[in-house]
Design a protein around this ligand. Structure first.
Ligand code: NAP
Length: 305
């Protein structure tokens, strides 16, 4: 019998994973925030995945953190700032042979989660798939991509990667997941905050070439100093390529701010600045961008963390 996938968080990525796993006939349970959300979900009767304009319904069973059965495999699909509390809410259902897959962007939340549940195996993920909610319990699969998974503490791949293959979730196991997470964080730090501060699409940063280059130089110093030289390699040319290739897009941080949603700043730019401080590395431009961004968020009435 397959191990049940408990998916915590019925947001964009949680629904995208839950529906595809369920479609492959795998056992899935959706863990919802509270009884009220569970009742609303049960009234809707399941999740809807919209793919290439076609909507399909999947009656994935829901539950709250208080459900009695143990959790052997947990896909943590909330935002980085919710991860620690979300895991704490189900910690009593986890054991030494539980495995957690952490979908959070940025860095910092993975360690916070691992410290909360030191016995469980924590696998980090970095995904380029794109999805958004266009209604309650409905997700639109917006961009095909890839998910890299890895466990810095334990390089052996888990057997359940077969479930991902069965579900058609493109993935790869990597021993270098930290390099991937750091590289993605650096790309994010060089692009996303500036799109918010300059109020522009990614392509608008072509007009701020010097500012981008200065941030890339500081980020390269940081990655080299904190033992991530591979993540530092040719950072600036890649940032420029991403800006060009995604010129017509608004960054995820821009979209969060535009929609009045909390950003994951503490796990991206905030994490970079914190690690720099720990290494006694002065990164004046990055720190200045962080402070400008926090002031901007506060002005809009949004949290600065
Ligand atoms: P999202 O749409 O905001 O979904 C997060 C979900 O987690 C929300 O439904 C939230 O519930 C739920 N949640 C939070 N705390 C919970 C708790 N204690 N118990 C139960 N549910 C809880 O976020 P997302 O876009 O899927 O992003 C998840 C992570 O993946 C982020 O770190 C993001 O940066 C990363 N990521 C996203 C994408 C994408 O395309 N969406 C791509 C790559 C990476 P409420 O609605 O009740 O708050």
């Amino acid at each position: 019998m397959s191990t049940t996938w408990h998916v915590l968080g019925a947001g964009s990525l949680g629904m995208l994973w839950a529906t595809r796993l369920a479609r492959a006939g795998l056992p899935v349970r959706l863990v919802l925030r509270n009884e009220q959300r569970l009742q609303a979900y049960q009234a809707a009767g399941g999740l809807t995945l919209v793919e290439q304009g076609q909507a399909r319904h999947y009656p994935v069973p829901g539950q709250t953190a208080d459900a009695p059965e143990p959790i052997k495999r947990l896909l943590l699909a909330c935002k980085a700032y919710d991860a620690e509390a979300a895991v704490a809410s189900v910690a009593h259902r986890l054991s030494a042979d539980s495995e957690l897959i952490l979908l959070q962007n940025g860095l910092g939340s993975q360690d916070a989660v691992a410290n909360r549940v030191p016995l469980a195996r924590c696998i980090s993920a970095s995904s380029t798939e794109g999805a958004f909610r266009d209604g309650d319990w409905r997700v639109v699969f917006a961009g095909h991509g890839y998910t890299w998974l890895g466990d810095p503490a334990h390089p052996v791949a888990p057997v359940w990667l077969d479930d991902l293959t069965a579900a058609g979730i493109p993935h790869e196991w990597t021993a270098d997941i930290l390099t991937r997470l750091w590289r993605k964080l650096a790309l994010n730090c060089a692009i996303n905050p500036l799109t918010v501060l300059h109020h522009c699409k990614n392509g608008g940063l072509q007009a701020h070439h010097c500012e981008v280059a200065t941030l890339c130089a500081e980020l390269t110093d940081l990655l080299e100093r904190c033992g991530q030289p591979m993540a530092a390699e040719d950072l600036q040319p890649e940032v420029e390529r991403v800006i060009q290739a995604t010129a017509a897009n608004y960054s995820s941080m821009y979209q969060d701010v535009a929609n009045g949603r909390r950003t994951e700043i503490s796990y991206l730019l905030g994490h970079a600045c914190k690690v720099a401080e720990r290494h006694r590395l002065a990164l004046p431009h990055l720190e200045q961008v962080r402070q400008r961004l926090i002031a901007h968020l506060h002005n809009l009435g949004l949290p600065g963390d």
